[in-house]
Design a protein around this ligand. Structure first.
Ligand code: NI
Length: 188
């Protein structure tokens, strides 16, 4: 089932997400629905706050670039290590059509739980490392704009305040995705 996408600056995107404690059917279903939603939006990652759920869950699939199936869900994740600074042109399904060069890291070690609660550790590089850190940021209430310089942030936010609806329509108008804008309530 496709889920509604919460568009920046909806307040759910600025909140620290709560940990997941129930590894049940509802969680598996949510992750499956998030996956369908991410593919419909052609994203390489999606975090639960972006579908209005303030929980520590995100998914990443960078296989289009690596050509290996790489879909994975990360629940209650912790960043164990990040190094190799990079500048990356990032975008976000909650800021459709907006891309900016921002600082990130090209090497990450992350520990998280899967949908069954099993703990795993992953070492990631390049796009996958950047995508993991981007989604992890969502769980801390951050978006990639927060990593721009103050002046560039001000410009980007000003642009977004004026154009978010138009950009969302441009990017998602042809898809089955629905957008939730700032004034709408979040899911419970
Ligand atoms: Ni994002």
């Amino acid at each position: 089932m496709l889920l509604d996408l919460y568009i920046y600056p909806h307040p759910v995107l600025s909140r620290v997400a709560d940990p997941v404690d129930a590894f049940d059917e509802a969680l598996s279903k949510l992750v499956a629905d998030m996956t369908e939603t991410m593919y419909e939006g052609c994203g390489v990652g999606l975090a639960a706050p972006q579908i209005g759920v303030s929980r520590q869950i995100f998914i990443v699939d960078t296989s289009a670039e690596s050509e290996q199936p790489s879909l994975r869900a990360y629940i209650n994740p912790k960043i164990i290590l990040k190094d190799s600074p990079v500048v990356w042109n990032e975008g976000c399904l909650s800021l459709p059509g907006l891309y900016r060069d921002v600082h990130s890291f090209g090497h990450v070690v992350i520990e998280a739980q899967d949908v069954h609660g099993e703990v795993f550790r992953e070492e990631a590089h390049e796009l996958r490392a950047v995508a993991i850190l981007h989604e992890y940021g969502h769980l801390q209430g951050h978006v990639f704009l927060d990593r721009l310089s103050p002046i560039k942030q001000r410009l980007a936010r000003k642009f977004w305040a004026k154009n978010s609806r138009r950009e969302a329509q441009k990017l998602y108008g042809e898809t089955a995705l629905h957008c939730v804008f700032t004034d709408a309530p979040e899911r419970t």
